[in-house]
Design a protein around this ligand. Sequence first.
Ligand code: PMT
Length: 404
Amino acid sequence: MATNASRPLEGRHILLGITGSIAAYKAAMLCRLLKREGAEVQVVMTALAKQFITPLTMATLSRRPILVEFFDPENGQWNSHVSLGEWADLMLIAPATANTLAKMTAGVADNLLLTTYLSARCPVMVAPAMDLDMYAHYTTQRNLKELKEHGVGIIEPGSGELASGLEGKGRMAEPDEIVEQLKAHFAEKKKPLTGKHFVVTAGPTIEPIDPVRFISNHSSGKMGYAIAETLADKGARVTLVSGRTALPTPAGVERVDVLTAEEMYRATVAAFEEADGAVMCAAVADYTPAEVATEKLKKSDADLQIPLKRTRDIAAELGRTKGQKILVGFAMETQNEAANATQKLTKKNFDFIVLNSLREAGAGFRGDTNRVTLIDSTSQEELPLLTKREVAERIAQKIEQLLH
Ligand code: PMT
């Protein structure tokens, strides 16, 4: 649908689910604000929610009859959860109780709100509301984590005075904050990589020799983190598989910390299964000690030889299984740069490869700049010295071109 950029909720169909929490009183203001933004609101309540806020209030504010039961006992009219799910551009459950969150996670379908959730094809967001101990309970946190992993947007509750009289986290977010998040959600839709999921590897791997020593390299993670941040800013879901770095996680990025090449292999291959593509920026060890000593190796006067074995090549494995997915590689070279990079492009089945050379000033490890050449099967584009964020932008643009 055509939308007004300054009013992203204009004409949107919002299914507002209300569950049995004292915070249900805020649903009245929420509904009002949504209507004021031009949204169509259809309210679905649980039976318990009716004890906290009346159907009459919600029907008046939404200007639609509210729905609670599977059918109207008076005339047998069926309330189709499938049609509701199809009608909605977004389902928002606010307040969402611990009970409803648990049922959503488990796939329980014992009321109209839950059956609608199970059949909704649209994005779903929840605004939890409960007492602080219920919110902190491991089951609630586990349920929220699981819902998030399955794409449900979580609108974090705030901290403050709770209905129980206790102070802490669990208060449903204020209606105006919720509306802002919905607006941001629909504005996001216009971002070019919305709906895409990318895996980015970054940083060094660390290959232990003994409990004290290891083999590693100079990667700081800056280049990979800049790519993760740029892809997320463009609306992509990003899983950042990161070796040890000192960098903060970019906003909106899911980070998986790993240490060794083997750990990076497992995390990246698993994340790639569900992804639309990957950018392989990590500096992965090609060799790792054949045995890791359990105790610190004792120094002696003789020289020491440490047998090394090959690590698994993550990029090559993704290249083998990628199908139509996009795979971008990096090549860190010190000689015969273009020839070596082109060889890796073919061997690992990359869509394109980003060549950086240690012979170029301002390029490669640790600094905030890089000088790269983007190489694909038909062309080479040499970029000037840029910040790593600018390089990331150019890589993201090339990915966008490939996607379209
Ligand atoms: O982290 P910074 O300090 O910002 O530095 C950035 C960087 C120099 C690390 C980065 O720009 C870079 O060049 N990363 C790739 C370094 C590298 O290992 O290149 P390679 O030519 O050895 O590997 C080729 C490709 O295969 C790379 O995409 C690499 O991630 C991947 N690979 C390599 C070995 C392996 N076992 N698994 C892999 O996936």
